[in-house]
Design a protein around this ligand. Structure first.
Ligand code: B12
Length: 281
C-alpha cells in the first residue's frame, strides 16, 4: 500500500512543467509563472545592462545569488570589462530592479537583503580591481541610535545608498550621540540617517540634533524606524521622517542635486520619492 508520503510525492511528480506553475506558501497557482526579469518595469531597467555579461550580472543580483555574482564579476574583470561600468550598468541595475519589485510588494525583505549582499560583494571585487573606491556622489552618515541594537533597516539604507553611487559612512548600531556628531564634523556629510526601533531610544534623534547645533552644523537628518512616527520626528529641527530604506538615495539626490533642505523634504517627501506615501498624505 502506498504511504501518505509516497502519495504526496506522486501528486507533485505528476506536475509536468514546473516552468508553468508557481508554488508559493503552499498555494499552487496555475498559469504561466512570471519570472522577476519578465516584469515590464524590470525589463525596462535591465535594458540599460547592455550585452550578455552585464545582463547576467544584473540577473545574479536580481536573484540574490552572491556566489554566482562573485564568480561572474571575477570572470568579467578577468576578461577586461571596465569595473566602473560593471558597477554602474550591471550590479546597480540589478539592485534597481529589486527595488522596483519590492515597491510593488512582489519582493520582500529577505529578497532585498540577499540581493544587497550579492551587489555589495560584486562591488567589492570591482573596487579591488580598480585599486580604489568608485567615485561617490556624496557622503551620508548612517547609524542606529544610542541604545538601539536593531540595525536591519539601517543596513538596508547603507546598501541602497551604495547601490546608487553614494558613500555611506556606516557607524553601526547603538552609536553614542557624540560619536554621530563627531562623524558629522569629520566627514561633513550631505545628509545623515538615524534609525530607532524602540520607544526608549527614539529620543536619540533630538539629542543628536541638539549636539549638532552646539557644533554649529546643519545637516539634514532622515529619522525612521519601527517605533517612530512623522509627528514625533518633526518636533525636532533638522530632522525629517524617513519611511522606506529605498527612499534614502532619492532623498539624498534631492539634497545633493536640488539643494533641498530638511524643511523642503518635510513638505515635498512624496514628490521627491515619486510615490504615494501614507505618512505624508
Ligand atoms: C529583529 C528584531 C530584533 C533583533 C534585532 C537584530 C538586528 N540586527 O537588527 C534582536 C533579537 C537583537 C532584538 C532585540 C531586542 N528587541 Co527587537 N525586534 C526585532 C523585530 C522582530 C524586527 C525589527 C526589524 O528589523 N524590522 C525590519 C526593519 C527593516 O525595519 P526598520 O529598521 O524599522 O527599517 C524600516 C523603516 O523603518 C525604514 N527606515 C528606518 N530608518 C530610516 C531612516 C530613513 C532616512 C529612511 C528613509 C527610512 C528608514 O526603512 C526600513 C524599511 O524599508 C521587531 C518587531 C517588529 N515586527 O518590528 C522587534 C522590536 C523592535 N524589538 C523590541 C524589543 C523591546 C527588543 C529588546 C529590548 C527585547 C528584550 N527585552 O531584550 C531587545 C533589545 C535589547 C537591547 N540590546 O537593547 C520591540 C520594541 C518595542 C518598542 N516600541 O520599544 C519590538 C517592536 C518587538 C515588540 N513588539 O515588542 N530585536
Amino acid at each position: 500500500m502506498e504511504s501518505p508520503l509516497e502519495k504526496y510525492y506522486e501528486k507533485f511528480n505528476s506536475i509536468e512543467d514546473y516552468e508553468k506553475i508557481a508554488i508559493r506558501y503552499n498555494v499552487k497557482i496555475e498559469g504561466p509563472a512570471l519570472k522577476p526579469e519578465d516584469d515590464p518595469e524590470v525589463v525596462e531597467i535591465l535594458a540599460a545592462a547592455e550585452g550578455e555579461t552585464k545582463k547576467t550580472l544584473a540577473l545574479d543580483v536580481l536573484y540574490g545569488d552572491k556566489d554566482k555574482t562573485d564568480e561572474d564579476v571575477n570572470k568579467a574583470v578577468e576578461a577586461g570589462e571596465d569595473p566602473i561600468d560593471l558597477i554602474n550598468n550591471a550590479l546597480m541595475k540589478g539592485m534597481d530592479a529589486v527595488s522596483a519589485l519590492y515597491t510593488k510588494g512582489e519582493y520582500f525583505l529577505p529578497d532585498l537583503m540577499l540581493a544587497g549582499d550579492a551587489m555589495m560583494s560584486g562591488v567589492a571585487i570591482c573596487e579591488a580591481k580598480l585599486g580604489h573606491k568608485a567615485d561617490s556622489k556624496a557622503k551620508i552618515v548612517c547609524c542606529a541610535v544610542q541604545g538601539d541594537p536593531h540595525d536591519i533597516g539601517k543596513n538596508l539604507i547603507v546598501m541602497f545608498l551604495n547601490a546608487n553611487g553614494y558613500e555611506p559612512i556606516d557607524l553601526g548600531r547603538d552609536v553614542p550621540h557624540e560619536t554621530v556628531v563627531a562623524a558629522f564634523k569629520e566627514h561633513q556629510p550631505a545628509m545623515a540617517t538615524a534609525t530607532a526601533l524602540m520607544t526608549t531610544t527614539m529620543t536619540g534623534f533630538g539629542k543628536i540634533a541638539a549636539l549638532m547645533e552646539e557644533e554649529g552644523l546643519d545637516i539634514p537628518i532622515g529619522c525612521g524606524g519601527g517605533a517612530v512616527r512623522r509627528d514625533f520626528v518633526e518636533e525636532t529641527a533638522h530632522c525629517f521622517y524617513g519611511v522606506e530604506a529605498y527612499h534614502a538615495p532619492k532623498l539624498a539626490d534631492a539634497v545633493v542635486d536640488d539643494g533641498k533642505t530638511w524643511e523642503d523634504i518635510r513638505k515635498e517627501y512624496a514628490a521627491i520619492v515619486g510615490e504615494y506615501v501614507a505618512a505624508y498624505s
